[in-house]
Design a protein around this ligand. Structure first.
Ligand code: ZN
Length: 347
């Protein structure tokens, strides 16, 4: 018999202790569109349709927390700061028009107001609606953009990566309003009912930049947002896609209480390096296993994650990153079942 609520189960893991079983939260947002029969685009402008799909996924599969969101938070906030998005048919939007095409465009950046800019109000409303439906015993997770990734979208990724070397002052000038926008959206998300605010900073991965660049241009700004989340009463989580093994300790040093790891990082190494100071979340392969594999593949890989990272507590079973649009629901169900089958702490 399960004696803990999902919120208690997650909070026990965050406190680096052992709950009744390993909590499991797939990073599933727009993947739930298939349940209510809508397209990705249907929910972009509708908090109601977004919340309906997210709640339907939660009820159909029964995981321990809901990621309230729909598309990449960095595109969403970039749009609110003045970028234009392109929405491909049946696909995920990307930024098509930047704000800082030339260094002289710096003044065109506006700090996003989450209550009025772009579609941020739609996403804040979705948090309220999901909270109303699932009640207070289920934790809500909300992605916000890492300043490093957000700043790269305002400038254009290629130019931004070159600027790190040829014009670092310009980079810092873009990072400042990016950090401020991310902070405001994070704090507003906590105020609307998000328990865990996840700073997603994929470009800050060591698949892209060196640990030295991370320390100078990603770490301090991420830390600032993490501190704002804590001060607002939320639990900060840090999500960096791709390879992060060389910066695990730095990720924990931001003050994040959860570190979300992609499948390239070995959970056993991570557990040894940072498992005593921060809760680890991950890391079944989102594309190869959860989207393209069979339920038994998911079960085997989830079992391996649990074996490596669950002992002693402080672990949340999840996908390594956000689930692709067409992920079969039976595979997500297999992930949840694996936590209950192999993740029991006390029999
Ligand atoms: Zn990711």
């Amino acid at each position: 018999m399960h004696t803990l609520t999902p919120l208690q189960r997650i909070m026990t893991a965050i406190e680096l202790k052992e709950p009744d079983y390993v909590p499991v939260v797939p990073q599933m947002t727009y993947t739930t569109a298939q349940i209510t029969g809508i397209t990705f685009e249907d929910a972009m402008h509708s908090a109601e349709k977004m919340a309906d799909a997210l709640v339907a996924g939660y009820r159909a599969i029964g995981y321990d927390g809901v990621y309230v969101g729909w598309e990449s938070s960095f595109n969403l906030v970039a749009e609110a700061m003045g970028c234009t998005l392109w929405v491909p048919p049946e696909g995920i939007p990307t930024v098509s028009q930047r704000v800082v095409n030339e260094p002289s465009d710096l003044g065109k950046i506006r700090v996003a107001d989450p209550e009025s800019d772009g579609r941020l109000p739609v996403h804040l409303r979705a948090i309220e609606l999901v909270r109303k439906e699932v009640g207070g015993d289920t934790p809500l997770f909300r992605y916000v953009p890492g300043p490093f990734t957000l700043a790269s979208l305002l400038r254009g990724q290629e130019k931004f990566l070159l600027d790190l070397f040829r014009n670092p002052d310009l980079v810092r000038s873009i990072l400042k309003p990016a950090t401020e926008s991310s902070k405001r959206f994070a704090v507003a998300s906590v105020e609307r009912g998000a328990n865990v605010v996840v700073l997603a900073d994929p470009l800050a991965s060591t698949s892209v930049i060196s640990p030295k660049i991370f320390d100078e241009f990603a770490f301090p700004y991420a830390k600032e947002v993490v501190t704002a989340i804590s001060d607002a009463g939320g639990v900060p989580s840090l999500h960096i896609c791709g390879m992060t093994s060389p910066i695990l300790r730095r990720m924990a040093a931001t003050g994040a209480r959860i570190v979300e790891l992609d499948y390239l990082v070995d959970l056993q190494t991570a557990k040894e390096e940072i498992g005593r100071s921060v809760c680890i979340e991950g890391n079944v392969k989102p594309t190869r296993t959860l989207s393209s594999g069979r339920p038994q593949d998911v079960e085997m890989e989830a079992r391996e994650c649990i074996r490596k990272a669950a002992p002693g507590g402080g672990f949340i079973l999840s996908s390594g990153c956000e689930l692709p649009l067409n992920t079969p629901l039976e595979n997500v169900r297999a992930l949840v079942l694996a936590a209950k089958k192999y993740g029991r702490y006390h029999t």
